[in-house]
Write a protein that binds this ligand. Structure first.
Ligand SMILES: [Fe+2]
Length: 326
């Protein structure tokens, strides 16, 4: 569910709860002793909406909810007890409880959200630092992995995936080559062709990356994607020779993003290709290297969407400071 839909649904539930409590409370008479007891029980339900609003939306909306509940409750005190000032005072005294039920949980939930946001930001910055170090070691650039992450997230979004899956896939793309930390410099940085024995070493990096990430709870989904990032749609990739839908969707999306970045980036041995040339080359590898459904999604994206990511994460200078991803 998108954030906007989620907020709309919660607002409707909250409003419906308030209306239901108010109707039950107003429609339950205070005349007979039995009904009056039920009436008193029902009025305690007014504590519920401020707590719900605090948990879902935080302090500000919890206070707004307490205000709505207070207005409904004050009207009731004057309608049902028109000339009984003692009872009116007693009823209005309940209002303090509603505000307490809004302010205390609202403040605590806001504090919890701030701490979770700070924790997520710290995780993000730690991962970006690690990935930047890996990119510098292999490619003398800062931003290859961040561009690939953003291209992959763009593809995942247009492929219709939900927000949490997109984030997980983005992390997999960002960390795709983390296993290269286990590849010796003389192989990883070798400028001439690798020998067969060196290729065997190099081809271990997806599994090494998987082993590193699977131990980290919030990166378990990304770990599967890292394991499969060098597979090919026709089964000719490595390390497991997965084929078609056996390859996790995140890895199938990543493959297109990674090749697109390689084709459109400047390298010491080649100039960058244009967007149109890269699109044509990727199209030629549909069904062999790439999932045709992913290529279809890729082809439907406007060139400007890719260009804005390339410009944001342009490798102009190795001393350029890190930018957190969007
Ligand atoms: Fe790789």
């Amino acid at each position: 569910m998108s954030t906007a839909n989620d907020t709309r649904t919660k607002t409707v539930i909250l409003a419906s709860t308030i209306v239901a409590i108010a109707l039950l409370h107003y429609l339950t008479p205070t005349e007979s002793h039995t009904y009056h007891k039920l009436h008193i029980v029902l009025r305690k339900l007014y504590f519920l909406p401020p707590v719900m609003a605090a948990a879902w939306f935080g302090l500000r909306k919890a206070c707004l909810t307490a205000l709505v509940v207070s207005v409904l409750f004050v009207i009731h005190a004057f309608v049902d007890w028109p000339s009984n000032y003692m009872e009116q005072a007693n009823q209005v005294g309940e209002l303090a409880g509603f505000w307490l039920a809004a302010v205390v949980p609202g403040w605590l939930f806001d504090r919890q959200r701030t701490l979770l946001r700070q924790l997520a930001q710290a995780n993000e910055e730690t991962i970006l630092g690690l990935v930047s170090a890996l990119d510098l070691r292999e490619r003398h650039t800062h931003y290859h992995s961040q561009r690939v992450r953003n291209y992959t997230e763009l593809l995942a979004t247009r492929h219709g995936l939900d927000q949490s899956t997109i984030r997980e896939i983005g992390l997999g793309a960002l960390l795709h080559d983390v296993g290269k930390i286990a590849v010796p410099d003389q192989i990883l940085l070798k400028e001439s062709r690798l020998s067969e024995a060196e290729w065997v070493e190099m081809r271990k990096h997806p599994e090494a990356g998987y082993r590193i990430l699977k131990k980290i709870a919030f990166l378990k989904g990304a770990a599967e994607m890292v394991y499969s990032h060098h597979e090919r749609y026709d089964g000719s990739g490595y390390p497991r020779g997965q084929k078609g839908d056996e390859i996790p969707l995140g890895a199938r999306l990543f493959m297109v993003a990674d090749v697109y970045d390689a084709l459109t980036s400047q390298r010491p041995y080649k100039p960058p290709l244009s967007h149109e040339e890269a699109v044509q080359m990727i199209g030629e590898e549909t069904n062999s290297h790439f999932d045709p459904a992913v290529v279809q999604t890729f082809m439907a994206i406007a060139p400007g969407d890719f260009r804005s990511i390339a410009e944001r994460y342009r490798d102009t200078d190795s001393a350029t400071p890190l930018q957190p991803a969007a």
